[in-house]
Design a protein around this ligand. Sequence first.
Ligand code: UDP
Length: 498
Amino acid sequence: DARAPPPHVVVLTSPGAGHVVPVAELASRLAANHGVTSTVVTFANLSSPAHSSPLASLPPGVRTVELPAVPLDDLPSDAHLVTRILTVVRRTLPHLRDLLRSLMDEGVVTAFLTDMLCPAALAVAEDLGVPRFVFYTSSLMSLVSLLHAPELARATTCECRDLPEPVRLPGCPPLRGDDLFEPLQDRAKPVYDLVVGLGIDYLRADGFVVNTFDAMEHETLVAFQEFFSGEGGGVHPPAYAVGPFVRSACTDQEEEAAEHYECVRWLDAQPDGSVLYVCFGSGGTLSMEQNAELAAGLEASGHRFLWVVRHPSDKDCSASYFGRTSAGHSDDDPLSYLPEGFIERTKTKHVGLCVPPWAPQVEILNHRAVGGFLSHAGWNSTLEAAAAGVPVLAWPLFAEQRMNAVKLSSSESEGGVGVALRVRPREEDGMVPREDVSTLVREIMAGEKGAKARKKAVELREEAEKAAAPGGPAHRALAAVVANWIAQRELVREDPIL
Ligand code: UDP
């Protein structure tokens, strides 16, 4: 319709690079490929400069608005990260309503899209009669598990880890109870009910825009579709596989910055496929002792490594999420927690480089010198490894990372993609001893068990490339989402009573 203004979508993002990075990418793609402008909405609470940087270079047609801070002083200081985020979301809803109302008064809102952690906001869009979708920045499998969580909570009384049988979800590899979402592991904690509530809130959506692709989750996508539209009567909104979102080309500015990164120059001097890249995402944090064991294991492996080193924390495996100040660290150097002489020994022998606290991950994974990735298996890191064809040592720490690790490390016949070996902490103390680290590093870089994963990783890269090709499946899925928004808008224009 030539008279209609261009579609405009309001996108709500929760904090953390794992959410903000894909939201920025989505907004850019909508503008560049689908003629859709957007307002990206963030929360003043919990924001940190490092996590907001992807929002600093958005294309024309994308603007950002920050919802005002709400008080959180009543939360205990050790409240779970997800409790903090979900509390901020709920308390900010009146501000979101005001914002959506004022944008609607300007006549610009075509649809509302909320981050996977903010489905409580769908009720606001529903009240205002705006088409509403969830932008799900993790695997479809983890979405399915959250949709199943209310049923699991009702039908069982034990803790997940004590479930006698693996959980079998449609089209997903069987999941051990202790591989389900980490906030669902303790019924007594407030975060348990909050996360079960996500599974209920999602049902208000008109659809799920999921950062995944067919080769990664074929069976799950098929099962979800059947579950949605099959004989059963469509209990869930449809899912659109719009991934993999990986920041592909650097902008000139970023490229220049990347060149200045010492680590990229260091990689330039290493042989092809010889370096293990070690990074636990934006939040992953090891204990003091584990940090030292990892260092010893890397050194003993005899393989080259590039390690994004963070401050260790004995209290919280997601402590880095909001920066070291909120994690209670003083202003000291994260490298000072490494074993004595470690930096000098590995640096002089040119076998290792430690970079605190952030590195250009996508550039690194795509560097010819990188041959393996020791990762916390966050979903963005998972997709970035897949798109770069790099095999993974999956060492999950929190959130849905254990599920991602199952997906990565299971064979195809088990419903996985077989590109990873899994790092399993000892049961008695949760530690991964140095011997295990060095054995696994040798395996993934050059061993027999790792050979399969290395081969599969190359195959998965080809599939990821096909999915992300111009005009390919990811593009078409996003076009279908936009078409849905426009169709709903036209319905309302034809019959304003609707
Ligand atoms: N990242 C990065 N440099 C770092 C650490 C992380 O560029 O030193 C990026 C990484 O490429 C990914 C995101 O931050 O896009 C982390 O998202 P993921 O879902 O893997 O983990 P999370 O941070 O949500 O735990």
